[in-house]
Design a protein around this ligand. Sequence first.
Ligand code: 26V
Length: 807
Amino acid sequence: MELTAQQIRDAVAGKLSRYYGAEVGNAVPAQVYKAVSLCVRDLLMAKKQIFNAAARKQGAKRVYYLCMEFLIGRNLRNNLSNLGLEKLFKKALAADGFDLAELYEIEADPGLGNGGLGRLAACFMDALAAQNYPAMGFTLRYEYGLFKQKIVDGRQIELPDEWLDSGEAWTVPRNDRAFTVRFGGEVREVWEEGRLKIRYENCTALEAFPYDLMLSGEGGDAVSVLRLWGVRAAAQGFDMAYFSHGDYAAALLRETEAQLLTKVLYPSDEHEVGKTLRISQQYALVSASLQNILKEHMLYYGSIETLPDKTAIHVNDTHPALAAPELMRLLLDEHGFSWEKAWDFTTRILHYTNHTVMAEALEQWGEELIKSRLPRVHMILREINNRFLKEEWERFPGDLARQERMSIFGGGQVRMANLAVIAARRVNGVSALHSDIIKQSVFRDFYEMSPDKFLNVTNGIAHRRWLCQANPRLDKLIAGLIGDGYRRDAGELKKLAAFKGDKSVLASLADIKLRNKTDFADFVKREQNFTLNPEARFDTQIKRLHEYKRQLLNVLKIISLYLDLRDDPDADVTPQAFIFGAKAAASYAHAKRVIALINALSAQIGQNKKIKGKLDVLFLENYNVSRAERLIPASEVSQQISLAGKEASGTSNMKFMLNGALTIGTLDGANVEMREAVGEGDIFIFGLTARGVEDLWRQGYYASAYYTGNARIRRIVDALKTGFAGESFADIANYLVANQIFSDPYMCLADFGAYMAAHEKLDALYKKPGAWNKKALLNIAESGRFAADRSIREYAEKVWDLKPVKI
Ligand code: 26V
């Protein structure tokens, strides 16, 4: 039945009255936002029920995506757009005097993620729903997210990110679906009823209970559920005795300890209690989710035997790798399986994606910690390892070194990546280059043992969100030229290539960019009181702050441009605005220094009236999904300049391409496939290749030689020592030029010359708007292959063996 504007008005009025005792005439915007959100939530719920019923009836296999992060972004606009209801809601609300666009701004970004890994998970939920794949995501309900970034005196300060006030409207608490998760204590094996049973003694029992958040996808019949686990102390553990004796603190302590688990994402693990918290979070996620999956399977199918036919579980990065021993535990201890049968099931159900080759993210946890915190899991891990090593020894007899490398245990640590690979049916990397690298480096031994396990699935993005919603002007232009079929099939964007010689189309493209830039400039003026010249070329680098991503290389280039302009302020240059958005991990001192440097440089340039407007540097505070949605459509240059071999894929590179920015980047991650797509002429590739990086490192990287041998580098490094806005950055200068074991592992200076040359080429092209815009158009035309829809179809076929449900 078609929804009418009047029905929407009535529904909103109903929510206002029921939940806030308010009327349309006196409700404040925050109440209206919540009332509208609750109405949309109802629509999603109804749609979900219909889809789930059909999926169950068809006995459809389902994928469960376990991930510590889901960076879903704001819900209201996304859902209205996906449901095709945006216009109708706009009209209905306007009739009562409310502006939908203003309501959108009330919603906080759910800060449930950190970076690319989390945003990818969100894009995937969208593509799963849009293409009718039955899917459910699992994560934790972090009360304060990662953190809210504030810049004070140029430095990053971390504040709690309070997203729940507005975010709660989207989640449905499900108290009926709680599961017990146990920590610590001792495990006793007892013979009972003719079989071995496991008894837990003196353990701490927590209760995980879900909040469901529904995620839509445009055009599809499916609604994916993201289940966010909250954690509390199990009720039966509440000790009335403490209370009766007046020891209230002791009575409350257990509750507080339980709640700690879901306060923040990635609490620091620099200390032992932090490590304990992190591993507890991972286990709570895994244990509650698996119990949930098994219970629902039993409910619908009545037997555990069909589990592998109906279930694919995805272990996204190593954080949920304890899914392997936990699934074993449930099958062995709760369902009475033999070891062989349980392992057969486990290795048919679990799949694993690796998202980085950086050593610090290949997690290891102390064995003693696992043993004391998760004793039963530890026993099972030991047995998994023993059996695996036996098999491995048969394949590679006598190769002790190999065995040591492949073991789950080593040096007193538990290696999560080895565990994930051993247990998974499929292992994939996230770009062609990255998948090759993992086969040759971190997982080489495993690849040699089971080559068929490994494959590539190149990442993709939710193109409807990142183009149709984030850049409505461009969406309209494209739909006018080629129809709106690309919304369902991003491959149709190719049709745009036919307009590469059409001057009026290219002019419209440029006009849209200018208008988006103007909007963004207005936004930062409002938010940060920063003045951006919308006529300048917007050149953007947005990603987590990390040495390997080389924000510093970008800064060196900007310093060089600044020094030139300071010498000759009247030089005839194209105005440029360099924009950064990045959070640094709270304990990552070097990354925080780079933020301080960017802000000091920004301040110094801002003080120079002759240069301001020609060269600007903006550090966009608290970079998040909503800010990306404003910035990417306004950007003309996309910085993808990681040291080759280090960036697994990158996904902002794809979003920029889709919005007509040109890429300057190294041959790293998905940049390689972007170059294949557009051809060498339409992307600015520079610098060392992954192979070149290895060779140079092996030969010895002598950074000081670049300093002594190159006057431009010398000038920049010296300027760092002198400093900006009254602060010296000699520490960063020393980092850049140090030799041998102290050298900059990401070799900024080695790539600097090539980077400047590529920048100069780009600068020259920008002076010819016709040629620039043609390349922008061709980039958009070729970006269809980077749609998440395509990635998800590949996962469905090659990894999960999953079919869409037909309604
Ligand atoms: C690492 C760490 C290290 C210590 C602090 C907490 C923490 C949290 C997460 C991680 C792993 C990050 C992995 C990640 O985000 N990888 C990114 O995944 C994207 C999606 O596949 C990919 O596009 C990016 O290239 C890759 O960096």
